[in-house]
Design a protein around this ligand. Structure first.
Ligand code: KIV
Length: 273
């Protein structure tokens, strides 16, 4: 085997993402929650895998991201980390694991890093999490921020509508984005905000800004895997592009399997010992 073929791919780091922003190369990020799918996404060349607390919805079936626990996030994240050779793995700190105080935030981040082998954590919020971000960073743990629609605060917002449409909320978001960047976050996710605001924040910040429903003039995009593959059917925000209809594909395969079993077509002569 040639050296080139046996070489492991170069790992994506927080520095790689910064270099990508500098040279204008977009960052592709997707969620992942398990070993087998993470392996496919990593080998396909995804830059960042987010073990999102959206696992609460798409893996565990809860209505919001609030119920998922730190232990559950650690379980999903360690499975993802075992699969990857190249991608940067970022893990959400779940609701209740960092809002209490910065010491709690640091302890939760340390558990994620120690028990999963992930490369970074993500926290939702602006000014109110700056102290926690600094404390986590002082332990050498890279932090990604998340502003705009922050699903852990859904009961404060009341709905999942577009955020920061009025001037006051837009100004607060821009201020918070600067605070998060100055605190030392290596990247920022902006969720469901006007495209012009996404472009403004990405233009003003030196760190990469990754959007989900934040328009095209940001430094990268993230989607929830189950939504973009069409496994989920009942979630259709305007920003979602479905690349496949896996719900239909899986239903087709499973109904065919059921038929084959019922008709004693499976297994055939060649599929037995
Ligand atoms: O949990 C998640 O999947 C996320 C993305 C929507 C950015 O935070």
């Amino acid at each position: 085997m040639s050296t080139a073929l046996s070489e492991k791919p170069r790992r994506v780091t927080t520095h790689t993402l910064q270099e990508m922003k500098t040279r204008g190369e977009k960052i592709a990020m997707l969620t992942a929650y398990d070993y087998s799918i993470a392996k496919i996404l990593d080998r396909a060349g995804i830059d960042v895998l987010l073990v999102g607390d959206s696992a609460s919805n798409v893996m565990a079936g809860y209505e919001t991201t609030i119920p998922i626990t730190l232990d559950e996030m650690i379980y999903y994240a360690s499975a993802v980390v075992r699969a990857i050779e190249r991608s940067l793995v970022v893990v959400d700190l779940p609701f209740g694991s960092y809002q209490g105080n910065s010491k709690e935030a640091l302890n939760s981040a340390i558990r994620i890093m120690k028990e999963t082998g992930a490369h970074a954590v993500k926290l939702e919020g602006g000014r109110e999490i700056v102290e926690s971000v600094s404390r986590i960073l002082s332990a050498g743990i890279p932090v990604m921020g998340h502003l705009g629609l922050t699903p852990q605060s859904i009961h404060k917002f009341g709905t999942y509508v577009v955020r920061a449409k009025d001037d006051a909320e837009a100004k607060k978001l821009v201020d918070d984005a600067h605070l998060i960047a100055e605190a030392g976050c290596f990247a920022l996710v902006l969720e469901k905000i006007p495209a012009a605001l996404g472009a403004k924040v990405a233009g003003e910040l030196k760190i990469p800004v990754i959007g989900i429903g934040a328009g095209r003039h940001v430094d990268g995009q993230v989607l929830v895997l189950h939504d973009m593959l069409g496994i989920t059917q009942d979630f259709s925000p305007r920003f979602l592009r479905r690349y496949h209809n896996l719900y239909q594909e899986i239903t087709g395969a499973v109904t065919k399997y059921i038929d084959d079993v019922k008709n004693a077509d499976f297994p055939n002569e060649k599929e037995q010992y």
